[in-house]
Design a binder for this molecule. Sequence first.
Ligand SMILES: Nc1ncnc2c1ncn2[C@@H]1O[C@H](COP(=O)(O)OP(=O)(O)OP(=O)(O)O)[C@@H](O)[C@H]1O
Ligand SMILES: [Mg+2]
Length: 333
Amino acid sequence: MRPSLPEADTEPLLRVEGLTVHFPVGRAGFWGRQKQVLHAVDGVTFDIKRGETLGLVGESGSGKSTTGRAILRKVPITAGSIVFKGQDITGVKGEELRQLRRHMQLVFQDPYGSLNPRMRVLDIVSEPLIVHGLEPNTEACSERVLDLLEIVGLPKDAADRYPHSFSGGQRQRVVIARALALRPDLIIADEPVSALDVSIQAQIVNLLADLQDEFGLTYLFIAHDLSVVRHLSDRIAVMYSGKLVELSDRDAIYDRPTHPYTEALLSSVPIPDPVLQRERRRVPLTGEIPNPISPPPGCRFHTRCPIVQDRCRSEEPPLEDKGAGSVAACWFR
Ligand SMILES: Nc1ncnc2c1ncn2[C@@H]1O[C@H](COP(=O)(O)OP(=O)(O)OP(=O)(O)O)[C@@H](O)[C@H]1O
Ligand SMILES: [Mg+2]
């Protein structure tokens, strides 16, 4: 492990370099002699600056959650490194890992599943404070919880209630209050609004934006499609079959998508302006997502790409700067 370095202003809060996560998934072949692995994440590199929001999008199974879980050190890392606040955390264990987790919190899609139905909100939100011994006594702890509930826009009496008595949006507010309790630097929000009604989604996204301003939070915001991440993200990373195919400034992604896959994802996002909507080039996505146990050689998108050429079938395109805020992995863009 590398020693901690002093934090310079230019240093990103998080740097993920060549992150690879392969899951063993049994054996194949004669007598089962061939070990099989599932390529969930393959050589993903990006960084997130302090106070920035990086949106991470892609179809189901592209490796978004696994990337988030690997950063939190919740899945075994096959290769690559994760540097957080200047420290290489790829191999940290035990107490050091526990301390580290204080600074990174996860907010999930399903607020009901992540809240214990038999605990009052007071106990749910104070649990991390108690586990990490952050408040001197129960009174201070309760006071802090009431503050947190107010910060996330819940009524005072919420503390004594149980998760089932809240709506989905309110439950997500409880989850956010609990994540904030430890004053984290980084929040990994894994589809935090996907399970909510559209009208409620905007409220939670706005809450996350306000909290970011107030507490200087840094977000990795994971979503299926490009419509949800637009409001909050500074830059957006697009994953396809375990690979990053584009990582561009927000406006570049929406106005001038570079990778054909990004273009296809965007086709399904409505544009509010009807003229622009009519003029836009439609790129329908056809074909199947590749099997992650035997991903195709070359560019992984070549089996579905509308501009595929021979080179794409054998040579993998590097992620490179394409100018005007776009970074993408495509031979012909
Ligand atoms: N613990 C595991 N063991 C084996 N395979 C796994 C495991 N976790 C995830 N996978 C596989 O890794 C691939 C990537 O999964 P991941 O959950 O990261 O995708 P995702 O982009 O978050 O998808 P979704 O949008 O559906 O949440 C999938 O093929 C998935 O089945
Ligand atoms: Mg997921």
